[in-house]
Design a protein around this ligand. Structure first.
Ligand code: CP3
Length: 354
């Protein structure tokens, strides 16, 4: 049962029949939209935008007013959780995220609290509730978190990183401590996602942006097992609703079989992965989300349409596909090119559901 006017996205994630392929876009609320830049200027900074539920709600809805997307995604950031764990997040202009108090020692790990989402992350839950109210059931709302591994990379590095020297140093030299950090982070992530579900999120997605930086064995031990632990702790039956779950590992194309066995309903695919091959490899276990190269959106509309067609054809006939980019949209994309992608999915996809 759903009170949603458009539940194509939820049905596709659960591999139930749909009339056409639903779509949304990673980073759909963001700097490529002039109205986003205006609201962000009004907020003063990215973090002030994230922590203000009214403004976070405003930017969440902006892309839906422009494009026929089939889902909204909560406007927030994956780094709100480590911030609530006391690390002190800031975004220096043009330099990306930074933590004032990175995690480096056993004492640092022991000191980390598991935040209560309705207290320390109350602003996120208030945003979820406000967005749900203002969506009026138009489309489902996606809640999200970073994966334990991806959050740990930022927590140990103290910000973005090229080769993950510090976090891999910790992993190789003190694996037991790394496991303690991941265990705490997984508890924090599960509590955070369950609170988003309780606040009204209709589906949840785990972003494992840096899982692909690991070797095969380390991916299974330090990334996937904790993503699986999060999945096992999620309240996916809530208040009469089934909450579909999505796991996205950037660079995860090598590990799709293992990812498909973790209990997530769908896997996000980056653009390097062939979606048709991926479908064969995962079989009936999961739906797939993705995976047009985000750089395609620089190309002229006719090329965008052709590439959308290739992704739809790659997945082929039947339900279980949510169209998306293989990673987030870049800030200098022309909004008209996004419209070309959306129109192409609407026009070309019904063919695959007859
Ligand atoms: O998809 C959406 O529209 C929802 C919002 C969302 C944001 N970040 C908004 C944002 C989501 C889901 C994220 C996730 C996120 N944040 C990830 C995982 C992303 C993935 O695709 O794998 C990561 C690694 C982060 C951490 C982070 N936040 C980085 C590296 C940056 C870029 C810093 C910079 O200066 O470019 C951010 C900032 C951020 N998060 C922006 C947005 C719209 C840009 C901030 C701005 O307005 O300046």
């Amino acid at each position: 049962m759903t009170s949603l006017q458009n539940d194509l996205f939820l049905r596709a994630l659960l591999k139930q029949p749909v009339e056409r392929t639903p779509l949304w876009m990673m980073r759909q609320a963001g700097r490529y939209l002039p109205e986003y830049r205006a609201t962000r200027a009004k907020a003063g900074s990215f973090m002030q935008l994230c922590t203000n539920p009214e403004l976070a709600c405003e930017v969440t809805l902006q892309p839906l007013d422009r494009y026929r997307f089939d889902a909204a995604i909560l406007f927030s950031d994956i780094l709100t959780v480590p911030d609530a764990m006391g690390l002190g997040l800031s975004f220096a202009e043009g330099e990306g995220p930074q933590f004032a108090r990175p995690v480096r020692s056993a004492a640092d790990v022991a000191r980390l609290p598991i935040p209560d989402p309705e207290t320390e992350l109350r602003y996120v839950m208030d945003a979820v509730r406000l967005i749900k109210t203002n969506l009026h059931g138009r489309v489902p709302l996606i809640g999200f978190s970073g994966s334990p591994w991806t959050l740990a990379t930022y927590m140990v590095e103290g910000g973005g990183s090229k080769n993950f020297q510090k976090v891999k140093g910790l992993m190789f030299e003190q694996p037991a401590l790394m496991h303690q950090l991941l265990d705490k982070t997984a508890q924090a992530v599960a509590a955070y996602l369950n609170a988003q579900i309780a606040a009204g999120a209709d589906a949840v997605m785990v972003f494992d942006t840096w899982g692909g930086a690991l070797s095969h064995a380390d991916y299974l031990e330090f990334s996937l097992s904790y993503a699986q632990r999060v999945r096992q702790a999620l309240n996916t039956q809530y208040d009469g609703r089934t909450i579909p779950t999505i796991l996205f590992t950037k660079g995860g194309g090598l590990w799709l079989e293992a990812m498909a066995d973790t209990g997530y309903d769908a896997l996000g695919l980056d653009w390097q992965t062939d979606i048709g091959q991926a479908r064969i490899r995962v079989g009936d276990k999961v739906a797939l989300q993705g995976n047009m190269d985000p750089l395609t959106l620089y190309a002229p509309p006719a090329v965008i349409r052709e590439k959308v067609g290739k992704v739809l054809q790659g997945y082929g006939q039947g339900s279980g596909h949510v169209f998306n980019l293989g990673h987030g949209i870049l800030p200098d994309i022309d909004p008209a090119h996004v419209a070309a992608m959306v129109d192409a999915v609407h026009e070309l996809s019904p063919h695959y559901h007859r």
